[in-house]
Design a binder for this molecule. Structure first.
Ligand code: SAM
Length: 266
């Protein structure tokens, strides 16, 4: 077969390391969920996924569609594999969910939109578990704990929407062809499907973390009345000197509820 030239604009770094592929498969949750893969690429991970479970994959690159259709002709015929040729973010926009039943997202993500994809998967009510390869630095933001210097709005959101979030293992650039410039990590998130975040919560967090090294009270005082803010701090027993990364996800959630209720009244 003709050698495929990886396209930078689609974040194509094909995973070639069999040990890593096996470790991803071994990390799959033991349940009856369908699998959704984003960006099957040349199908190396896909080949392993379809051995275990029915899979739906979304691929944007037209040049890969023919290759995948012939590689997985048997699985497509047997309805164990469905390949959807589209930009996955458009699919979410149009359909709301990537699959009509409960599913786990398992993928080596295109890094240029990895954060967006994970945040979108958090909102997709049918997605229960997420096992994705992303840039290590980004994975550390998602899995950070309060007090860690990496704890940001991504960490707060992840804590609130998940039962568990962990970095499973790191993957060096040499495991890919072509090798990316950075180390990668596998991120595992088990979602708490009962939680739905308020649509304006992200805007509130943006204000909270606008100047991450300043005091949280300073960041909030530019969007909230000082006296109202001081009352919230007193009611929730929050120390005035705390920086944004030192406040727990649950306190952020309680503060947001008070701000929202206060605004409704005011
Ligand atoms: C890092 S590669 C992973 C390829 C393959 N899964 C592997 O592990 O070798 C990312 C894949 O995502 C695809 N991709 C990039 N942007 C996409 C988008 N917006 N929607 C769907 N697929 C996309 C790329 O074409 C590529 O196949």
């Amino acid at each position: 077969m003709e050698k495929v030239i990886a396209k930078k604009k689609f974040g194509q770094n094909f995973l070639k390391d069999h040990t890593v592929l096996n470790k991803i498969i071994q990390s799959m949750p033991n349940n009856n969920n369908h699998i959704v893969e984003i960006g099957p690429g040349l199908g190396d991970l896909t080949k392993n996924l379809v051995k275990y479970k029915d899979t739906t994959a979304y691929e944007v690159d037209t040049d890969l569609i023919g290759i995948l259709n012939s590689k997985f002709a048997k699985e497509i015929e047997e309805k164990r594999f469905e390949l959807i040729h589209t930009d996955v973010l458009d699919a979410w926009e149009k359909k709301g969910s990537l699959y009509e039943g409960k599913y786990d997202l398992i993928a080596n993500l295109p890094y240029y939109i990895a954060t967006n994809i994970i945040l979108r998967a958090f909102e997709d009510v049918n997605c229960e578990n997420i096992i994705v390869m992303i840039q290590k630095e980004v994975a550390e933001k998602f899995s950070a704990n309060e007090g860690d210097k990496e704890f940001s709005s991504l960490g707060v959101i992840t804590k609130l929407v998940s039962k568990e979030c962990r970095l499973l293992f790191d993957v060096p650039p040499e495991s890919f062809d072509p090798p990316p410039k950075v180390t990668s990590s596998i991120l595992y998130v088990s979602k708490d499907t009962n939680v739905e975040l308020d649509k304006d919560f992200k805007k509130f967090l943006k204000a909270c973390f606008s100047q991450p090294r300043k005091k949280l009270s300073k960041n909030l005082s530019s969007v909230i009345d000082k006296e109202f803010l001081s009352n919230i701090y007193n009611e929730l027993n929050i120390k005035e000197t705390l920086r944004p990364h030192e406040v727990s996800a649950s306190l952020y959630s309680q503060m947001y509820t008070k701000v929202k209720n206060g605004k409704k009244r005011g």
